[in-house]
Design a protein around this ligand. Structure first.
Ligand SMILES: Nc1nc2c(c(=O)[nH]1)N[C@H]1C(S)=C(S)[C@@H](COP(=O)(O)OP(=O)(O)OC[C@H]3O[C@@H](n4cnc5c(=O)[nH]c(N)nc54)[C@H](O)[C@@H]3O)O[C@H]1N2
Ligand SMILES: Nc1nc2c(c(=O)[nH]1)N[C@H]1C(S)=C(S)[C@@H](COP(=O)(O)OP(=O)(O)OC[C@H]3O[C@@H](n4cnc5c(=O)[nH]c(N)nc54)[C@H](O)[C@@H]3O)O[C@H]1N2
Ligand SMILES: [Mo]
Length: 675
């Protein structure tokens, strides 16, 4: 802590769902947050903050922030509420939950909580509450990373990605479906350092995104064709003897089968037909990858969000083994580093508190669960740190579910989010700066404790406090519900495994970033055949998206949807200048597709499919490939002229592995607007 004459500067941690997990310096005077700045002493985030977080005080003190608990006064979804006291709100919640459990059983209750707050305490403690209540299990993360995780694990087990700081020694860096400047911005300085030393940078992405604009070479394969491209590279590498036979002999399973049964078909010409790249591009990429001394691949998760998404990740994650890249400093691959952490998360989630095994509900299928589940139907829903009426697939069905008169909905959020508008009771949440918590990055090897920087604004309460308050009223006496932050951290460490077990609690609580003392050595084994997945999925191969077979002339264009640069999903909708920077919701349409529809740049258009229509502004641009319409960022409903939202057009089909959302398996058309 550095004392100046009038203000105090303390370290804090950015709590957003982002791989970088910045260390910040927060300046506070008289209990008020004046500003935040990057912490120059964090070796990865290096003293600067992204555009979203740099003016964090505008989020903390947004005029849109909820000040008190609210009770609904008008019809569901009308947004009419009246302030109530915390005591009244908590009493009503407890009474209604008890009644639901009595009449319908505890499985009529669902806690739907996700990653608005990435601290290990605030993110995980709500789960303990719902375990103790015997509520439905919540299969979290399928809207985000579960298909990508399943694909990665199928290829290389729980191996974490390599240390991103090592890429300064790479001579070939590939952003494979990873929009680094937007979603992993602090990797850029390491990328630049490598490039200064001569590294080449290649982006593989159907969208000419910010990473592609930065790159020496941009390849734009068709959505969902990455497994074919990876197999094409393998075909060339083995054909040309550029593989690392010694590495593969010890670290690969199923390679003989792959080489005999699969690779012969993936000639550059065949791969060109699948990916819409040139055969010469496939040859050139294989040659660059095969010749590089330390090739590094940054895999993003966007390419996992279609029906065959896990296989796409799996095929790409298998490439480093082919050339033995895992063994060279600077080489290998990184999708996320989550697997290195051995914290005992269950010490906070406490699945052992559940009286019995209960049914599980997929994060991506909330609409279905609310409208179809029976025996018992869902009767009480608690949403925190998540805005599913916008971000969940089939958002129209989520809305229909939330409109049910017999559903009791509680939403805990900083803002009256689109989901909160459908609630019976709304509870005001804190920002991460108003909480104590331990963070561990999923894009680096750093962990850091963020002590609360300011007191909760208004009457807001943190996730952890809310859980403790509810538990006390419900008569739940397990100590997990009344632990101090230090006790939670101690519990996370008590049965920690691997290098995490060596972390010292006082080091952590000092608030400085702590790097896990660990060096990546790559996977023990890369599975080109993985029999645990069953015969149909065992071997790596590309198959077309089954949804593609059903494409009709009516919906000829494919939707590509990705996180926005100036928004973190919808979490910054409450910050006026960022809303403005992100602009009116826009869709990028290729000039050929625009001309065919008499659409000009800036026109009002609707994206349309069998599920309905949603209003956008057209941006005519060859950054989108022909046949693809790109939407950057899912936006709050009132940002759209028609008050609707993109995910109303997206079905709730699931990926090949991991039960993930399939946003990218959506076919549409763009038409001049009706609104
Ligand atoms: N500014 C900002 N940063 C964020 C977020 C945000 O909302 N805003 N969200 C955070 C969260 S929760 C997450 S999970 C991460 C996600 O960040 P990433 O893991 O990077 O994933 P996406 O940005 O969804 O997708 C990355 C890229 O994949 C491309 N892509 C999509 N389909 C395919 C395909 O079939 N093949 C190939 N090769 N590429 C494809 C997209 O065009 C996109 O450019 O970002 C985090 N960071
Ligand atoms: N079409 C399309 N849809 C997508 C994606 C996509 O690329 N395209 N990306 C998907 C991905 S990767 C993800 S991770 C999901 C994200 O989906 P969501 O988790 O719904 O993401 P946000 O919109 O950021 O909503 C988080 C909410 O939590 C609130 N919040 C923030 N901090 C706290 C806190 O400490 N406590 C509480 N109680 N609330 C808090 C915020 O105000 C915000 O309303 O969206 C998915 N949806
Ligand atoms: Mo995500």
């Amino acid at each position: 802590m550095i004392d100046t004459s009038e203000s105090t500067v303390t370290r804090a941690v950015c709590g957003h769902d982002c791989p970088d997990q910045c260390s910040m310096l927060a300046t506070v005077r008289d209990g008020k947050l004046l500003s935040v700045a990057g912490d120059p002493e964090h070796p990865f985030t290096r003293g600067w903050l992204c555009a979203k977080v740099a003016k964090y005080e505008q989020r903390v003190y947004s005029p849109d922030r909820l000040a008190t608990p609210l009770r609904r006064t008008g019809p569901k979804g009308s947004g009419s509420f009246a302030p109530i006291s915390w005591d009244d709100a908590l009493d009503e919640i407890v009474e209604r939950w008890r009644e639901v459990a009595r009449r319908w059983g505890s499985e009529a209750l669902l806690g739907y909580c996700y990653s608005g707050h990435m601290g290990l305490i605030n993110r995980n403690l709500p789960r303990a509450l719902f375990h103790a209540l015997g509520a439905c299990r919540f299969q979290a993360g399928t809207v985000c990373d579960s298909a990508a995780e399943a694909g990665w694990t199928a290829a290389v087990g729980r191996t974490p990605g390599v240390d991103p700081e090592s890429i300064v020694d790479s001579d070939l860096i590939i952003a494979w479906g990873a929009n680094i400047p937007t979603t992993n911005a602090h990797l850029l300085s390491f990328l630049s350092e490598a490039r200064k030393k001569g590294a080449r940078f290649i982006a593989i992405d159907p969208h000419r995104n910010r990473a592609a604009r930065h790159a020496d070479w941009h390849l734009a394969p068709r959505i969902g064709s990455d497994a074919a491209l990876a197999l094409g590279l393998m075909h060339c590498l083995f054909r040309d003897g550029q593989h690392d036979a010694a590495y593969l002999a010890d670290h690969a399973t199923g390679l003989d089968r792959l080489r005999a049964e699969i690779l012969p078909a993936y000639t550059p010409r065949a791969v060109a037909a699948i990916t819409s790249l040139e055969a010469s591009d496939v040859e050139r990429l294989a040659d660059l990858y095969g010749r590089a001394a330390a090739p590094f691949i940054r895999l993003g998760m966007g390419m996992s969000r279609h029906t065959r998404g896990a296989m796409a990740i799996r095929a790409v994650a298998s490439l480093p083994a082919v050339v033995g890249a895992w063994t060279t400093h600077g080489g290998g691959a990184l999708m996320d580093t989550a697997g290195i952490w051995g914290f005992d998360y269950d010490a906070i989630r406490r699945p052992d508190l559940a009286p019995r095994e209960t049914r599980s509900i997929n994060h991506s299928e909330l609409g279905r669960a609310l409208t179809e589940l029976d025996n018992p139907p869902l009767k009480a829903l608690f949403v925190a740190a998540n805005n599913p009426t916008v971000t969940c697939p089939d958002a129209g069905r989520v809305e229909r579910g939330l409109l049910r008169e017999d559903l009791f909905t509680v939403v805990h959020d900083l803002f009256l989010s689109d989901t909160a508008r459908f609630a019976d009771i709304v509870l005001p949440a804190t920002t991460a700066l108003e909480t104590d918590d331990l963070y561990r990055s999923y894009g680096t090897y750093y962990t850091q404790f963020g002590a609360r920087t300011i007191e909760p604004v208004g009457e807001s309460r943190s996730n952890a406090r809310l859980v403790a308050d509810l538990a006390a009223r419900l008569g739940l006496t397990d100590p997990v519900f009344s632990r101090s932050p230090r006790e939670h951290v101690a519990a996370l460490l008590a049965n920690a495994t691997g290098p995490t077990a060596a972390l010292d609690i006082d080091d952590l609580l000092s608030g400085t970033p702590v790097k896990l003392p660990w060096t990546s050595r790559g996977p023990a084994m890369t599975f080109f055949v993985n029999d645990a997945l069953g015969a149909d999925q065992a071997i790596i191969q590309w198959r077309p998206d089954p949804a593609e077979a059903n494409v009709t002339p009516e919906w000829p264009l494919r939707l590509l949807t990705v996180p926005g640069h100036f928004q973190a999903h919808t979490a910054y909708d409450g910050v006026a200048f960022l809303r403005k920077r992100e602009g009116e919701p826009a869709c990028l349409v290729h000039p050929d597709d625009a001309t065919a529809r008499a659409i000009r740049d800036g026109d009002r258009v609707d994206i349309v499919n069998q599920a309905g229509r949603v209003a956008f502004r057209a941006a005519v641009s060859d950054a989108a490939q022909p046949g693809i319409v790109v939407v950057e960022s899912v936006r709050a409903r009132n940002r759209h002229r028609d008050g609707r939202t993109l995910n109303m057009l997206i079905g709730d089909g699931l990926t090949d592995l991991g039960g993930g959302a399939t946003y990218q398996s959506t076919w549409i058309d763009v038409r001049p607007s009706q609104s």
